[in-house]
Design a protein around this ligand. Structure first.
Ligand SMILES: C[S@@+](CC[C@H](N)C(=O)[O-])C[C@H]1O[C@@H](n2cnc3c(N)ncnc32)[C@H](O)[C@@H]1O
Length: 232
């Protein structure tokens, strides 16, 4: 099947309507025909797992959800497991069974709660993502929503007024910064990208370690972290 047909296909996933499959695919062009192992946290109706199965013709596709859909039959090359994304023992069992050499791609489209996303991320990233592997965090903008369990709206007026303080240029006051839920977690990942700087005392000093990330790409709705080839 052509990719253009896949992107408009009959998959029961909001990744069709919001164009996310197409946006993900830009990261996957060089790996589409490879024997990759992909883990997605958050199955819902199973539409995205079917899409990944069709997009990666030689891939192993693994899904995890706190409650498996009743009428979804995983079938060919798809494995589905019921459990909590923050249960690290469970996640390691899934990885051991389906991708003992590690996953090439991990997508977190589950709770969109900062603390749970953080637990899954550091466990899977450190232990079950291959060097050079890609980890995606979807819908991180929930941290800007008042009606999300750990979100809070950004008060634009006071935020930007206090954020622009030219008279404070030599003070060590922190920049005001929105850090609720998923937004706060993504901002923590920016710190990890800067490990080279934050693990040295002065500009001229020696770093204690580099970053675990080769790079982080922050886009509306999707954050991508590529794991470094060598862990510091
Ligand atoms: C946005 S939906 C997933 C959509 C699916 N990935 C797709 O593209 O079609 C989120 C799913 O995450 C699951 N979920 C919520 N909290 C979870 C948790 N703590 N652990 C695992 N799954 C969770 C929900 O049951 C729901 O099915």
């Amino acid at each position: 099947m052509q990719n253009s047909d896949l992107f408009s296909g009959d998959y029961d996933s909001d990744k069709i309507a919001n164009n996310y499959f197409k946006r993900y695919a830009r990261f996957f062009e060089s790996s589409q025909e490879k024997k990759i192992a992909l883990l997605e946290l958050g199955i819902l109706h199973g539409g995205s797992l079917l899409f990944w199965r069709d997009y990666f013709p030689s891939g192993t596709i693994v899904g995890v959800d706190i409650s498996l859909p009743k009428d979804f039959k995983p079938g060919e090359r798809i494995h589905a497991f019921e459990g909590n994304q923050a249960d690290t023992v469970f996640l390691s069992q899934v990885a051991k069974e389906t991708a003992p050499d590690g996953f090439d791609i991990i997508i977190d489209d589950a709770s969109h709660i900062g603390e749970l996303t953080k637990v899954s991320f550091w466990h899977l990233f450190d232990h079950h993502l291959k060097p050079g592997g890609l980890y995606f965090i979807e819908d991180w903008g929930t941290g800007y929503w008042d009606d999300w369990p750990d979100g809070r709206s950004l008060d634009k007026e006071s935020y930007f007024q206090t954020a622009l303080r030219p008279d404070q240029s030599e003070s060590r006051e922190p920049m005001p910064c929105h850090s609720y839920g998923m937004v706060g977690f993504i901002k923590q990942l920016v710190d990890e990208q800067a490990a080279n700087d934050y693990t040295r005392k002065r500009q001229s000093g020696k770093s204690e370690r580099g970053s675990k990330f080769e790079r982080i790409v922050i886009t509306p709705g999707i954050v991508m972290v590529r794991k470094a080839m060598q862990m510091p």
